[in-house]
Design a protein. Structure first.
Lengths: 114, 113
């Protein structure tokens, strides 16, 4: 079972470059999320989506954009990367909108901005 | 504000022994949900155990159990008969429902053969 798949797994960018992280899930989940994980901190929610064509801001949305054109895909974009965006990014999906159920996570994407 | 605190950045345990990971949280809500997620070195995070605050009985999943103390706002994870595959980062998390899922900073557990 594929579950939640993220691409790419690793990427190095220069300041000011742009890139897109792709998250794909094959569980027919309505709800998808992008988190970032930084040393000494818990996961923080960047953006989320409650269904195809919808997106919303999370806790730390600045500098990121997202799109959910297809139910199974959730894209995270960095238009002009900054060193502060060096992090490990996790995509997740769930059946339940209310965060009370299980989240299914991808393996993460490590992004370094020089 | 909703906060989750894990005061043990790192812990170790001998194989086959028992270890307890601590977690405290802060909320003014009465109904909420608590979770322990495991992140092994492969990095994919998986759910270990889930507790609903209105249930007094502590949740158990095989070798994993919790000690939920609602008044103290404490939610510790006990791992019995530790195995090498239990080596991972463990995150405590908390959700009130419509709000975000709030994560603690994690505890790195190493199981020593």
């Amino acid at each position: 079972n594929a579950g939640v798949t993220q691409t790419p797994k690793f990427r190095v960018l220069k300041t000011g470059q742009s890139m897109t992280l792709l998250c794909a899930q094959d569980m027919n989940h309505e709800y998808m999320y992008w988190y970032r994980q930084d040393p000494g901190m818990g996961l923080r929610l960047i953006h989320y989506s409650v269904g195809e064509g919808t997106t919303a801001k999370g806790e730390v949305p600045d500098g990121y954009n997202v799109s959910r054109l297809k139910k199974q895909n959730f894209l995270l974009g960095l238009e002009s990367a900054a060193p502060s965006q060096t992090s490990v990014y996790f995509c997740a999906s769930s059946y339940d909108r209310t965060y009370t159920g299980e989240l299914f996570f991808g393996e993460g994407s490590r992004l370094t901005v020089l | 504000a909703q906060t989750v605190t894990q005061s043990q950045p790192e812990m170790s345990v001998q194989e086959a022994e028992t270890v307890t990971l601590s977690c405290t949280y802060d909320t003014s809500e009465n109904n909420y949900y608590l979770f322990w997620y495991k992140q092994p070195p492969s990095r994919q995070m998986i759910l270990v155990i889930r507790q609903e605050a209105y249930k007094q009985q502590n949740a158990t999943e095989n070798r994993f159990s919790v000690n939920f103390q609602k008044a103290a706002k404490s939610f510790s994870l006990k791992i019995s008969d530790s195995q090498l595959g239990d080596t991972a980062m463990y995150f405590c998390a908390f959700a009130t429902g419509a709000n975000n899922l709030f994560f603690g900073t994690g505890t790195r557990l190493t199981v020593i053969p």
